[in-house]
Design a protein around this ligand. Structure first.
Ligand SMILES: [Zn+2]
Ligand SMILES: [Zn+2]
Length: 373
């Protein structure tokens, strides 16, 4: 059925209305859907073509261009997706829960549907680098949906508060026909439970669940990395009608530290060293993440950017593995606002090295004049 005529592909007239196009597409898409035709390449390519045709004809702008210029007119910026490129937004609109059921059937769920799982919840926790070093318990306060304690999640006031669903007679599913096909669907009356509530629980109004404020202390292990996500199994919302709970996810981020940059298990510290200290050698002081400070030796002739490595003074490794290193990076500090004596000494150094020394202070006024500052 390869054709560039989208109207012929969908089997509709050129003046067909939106609903007519939608109905035709829906019928054909069901017929050629890959789930119904496993391993059938012909059906798969037909399915693609139908989708392509519908994508154009269901969009008033694209349809107008197509009517005027044909498929060629849509080539630039038409942007048709490949296989699986459903006409996105319209998909749900056209099929509703039809496909959902199609897939559910393919998945082999028969009879009563599985109870649905509750929603996962996400919580962001920002901790200090020190807390990441030591490990920390973070109080997490949030709201989640929990099973109603009054009715144990059934939503009914006692066992006498429910009766067999009159629509599905307790089966939980109903059959209906779509063209040549017959589908079974979760019963809309009872949501697939086979029972309906006649007398709702007073505490939850028949919902079986209610919102609760929850406070948990979440243990964040030592050495946790920026962006790590911890999972608290079943810490999320309770599922509807006795379904299992979702999970709670804690996304960990680290606060900026005044001294240290972190590079996985290593820490980086920028150590300011005076010019004369770098030239003559001396000692520098370095803070430690566990608290306190340590001294490092600065050898004579140390250059800007030189890195000293302090072994196992970094962050803890996971599972008790050794700590990373502390990298101390030398940052040369050039003095400004020299005292007259300091200036004299620097000038002497400059003269020894054969550099010309500008006259003191006047330069400022001189440049100010030139720049008109
Ligand atoms: Zn209740
Ligand atoms: Zn029912």
């Amino acid at each position: 059925m390869a054709s560039n005529d989208y109207y012929r592909l969908l089997g509709v007239a050129r003046n067909a209305g939106d609903d007519e196009i939608k109905t035709a597409y829906r019928k054909l898409a069901l017929k050629y859907h890959p789930d119904r035709n496993p391993g059938n390449d012909e059906a798969e390519s037909s399915f693609k073509e139908i989708n392509g045709a519908y994508e154009v004809l269901s969009n008033p702008d694209k349809r107008r261009i197509y009517d005027q210029f044909g498929a060629e007119g849509l080539k630039s910026g038409g942007g048709r997706g490949g296989f699986g490129g459903f006409p996105g937004a319209d998909m749900g609109d056209v099929f509703g829960d039809l496909f959902e059921n199609l897939f559910a059937q393919g998945g082999g769920s028969r009879g009563r549907p599985r109870s649905r799982r509750g929603a996962d919840l996400k919580y962001a926790a920002e901790i200090t680098l020190e807390d990441a070093f030591n490990g920390v318990k973070v109080p997490v306060n949030f709201e989640r949906t929990e099973l109603c304690g009054e009715c144990d999640g059934t939503g009914a006031r006692g066992r006498s508060g429910v009766k067999k669903c009159p629509t599905c007679h307790g089966a939980g599913r109903v059959q209906y026909s779509q063209g040549f096909f017959s589908f079974s669907q979760a019963c809309p009356e009872c949501g697939g439970q086979g029972e309906v509530i006649t007398s709702p629980c007073k505490a939850c109004g028949g919902q079986g669940r209610s919102k609760k404020s929850v406070s948990l202390n979440i243990k964040i292990p030592a050495g946790v990395e920026e962006g790590a996500v911890l999972r608290v199994s079943s810490g999320g919302d309770a599922g509807p009608r006795g379904g299992s709970s979702g999970d709670l996810y804690i996304a960990v981020s680290l606060k900026h530290h005044p001294h240290f940059e972190r590079n996985k298990r290593d820490l980086v510290y920028e150590c300011a060293v005076a010019v004369w200290q770098a030239a003559l050698g001396g000692e520098g002081e370095v803070p430690l993440i566990e608290g306190g400070r340590t001294k490092i030796k600065i050898p004579p002739g140390t250059q800007h950017g030189k890195v000293f490595r302090l072994h196992e003074k970094g962050m803890p490794g996971p599972g008790g593995r050794p700590r990373g290193d502390l990298l101390v990076k030398v940052k040369l500090k050039v003095p400004h606002d020299l005292t007259p004596r300091q200036r004299e000494l620097f000038a002497e150094l400059a003269l020894i090295a054969g550099h010309e020394v500008p006259p003191p202070e006047e330069e400022k006024g001189f440049f100010k004049k030139i720049l008109g500052a």
